[in-house]
Ligand binder design. Sequence first.
Ligand SMILES: Cc1cc2nc3c(=O)[nH]c(=O)nc-3n(C[C@H](O)[C@H](O)[C@H](O)COP(=O)(O)OP(=O)(O)OC[C@H]3O[C@@H](n4cnc5c(N)ncnc54)[C@H](O)[C@@H]3O)c2cc1C
Length: 234
Amino acid sequence: MSNRIQRVRHEIKRRELQVAKVEHLAPDYVSVTFKGETLHDFVSSSYDDHVKFMLGDEVRRDFTPRSYDNVAGELTIEFALHASGAASDWARQAAVGQTAVIAGPRGSMIIPMDYDWHVLAGDASALPAIRRRLEELPREARVQVLVAADSASALPFRGEAQVQVQRLDSQEALLAAIRALQLPAGEGFFWFAGEAALAAQVRDAVFVDKGHPRDAARISAYWKQGASGHHEDL
Ligand SMILES: Cc1cc2nc3c(=O)[nH]c(=O)nc-3n(C[C@H](O)[C@H](O)[C@H](O)COP(=O)(O)OP(=O)(O)OC[C@H]3O[C@@H](n4cnc5c(N)ncnc54)[C@H](O)[C@@H]3O)c2cc1C
């Protein structure tokens, strides 16, 4: 099978923004909409993209552009709140009128929509990407969603695709469900994001145990237990 993923590069721009709206969608999950004229040429071509959220000169954290509107000059990011961390602490107290700085995305991996099936799996940090992808996929897309996202698991999934959802109540249960998953026949794409050790086990389950082709999957560590600002070279 040929690799059908298209990589595109974007000019990296630093954008200064103001918080325009804050919505606590679940006890551990906050949606923040930023506004700024500099967003008129913001581009994010894939649900798998990330922007750098800059907290001072030193601290940068990766977040998914959940949605954006160039005409309105708006960008929404959804933050999964956890016990403590610069970005999570910021999001917990975010209020309209505050300023923020983002940079990027510096590139996108455009994953075709026309696979025979899609799997989207992960924890609360993956939920913005999963929710965005479901809104982008067409009516004929067949999708299996597996999430373990604490209080945010209850959030609705919108979009036209045919979706089966498994909501799991722990990382262990998520891994077990992925291991037990029968991948459908045909050409499919497997996407996962979550904690680093779990991502490594998911890679084994998908590539080794199931023999799924590596060029039809993206299995990313979005954070690492006990490490600040972890990111793979995505
Ligand atoms: C490409 C990409 C896209 C991402 N998109 C999003 C997104 O849209 N929304 C989102 O919420 N996150 C997203 N993440 C994950 C986010 O970047 C990390 O969770 C980040 O570490 C949070 O920074 P922090 O300053 O809050 O915590 P840090 O200072 O990085 O970490 C502090 C402590 O908290 C722990 N920790 C970090 N993140 C989590 C977590 N999610 N759950 C539990 N414990 C954690 C760490 O292990 C550490 O012990 C994305 C990551 C990548 C690589």
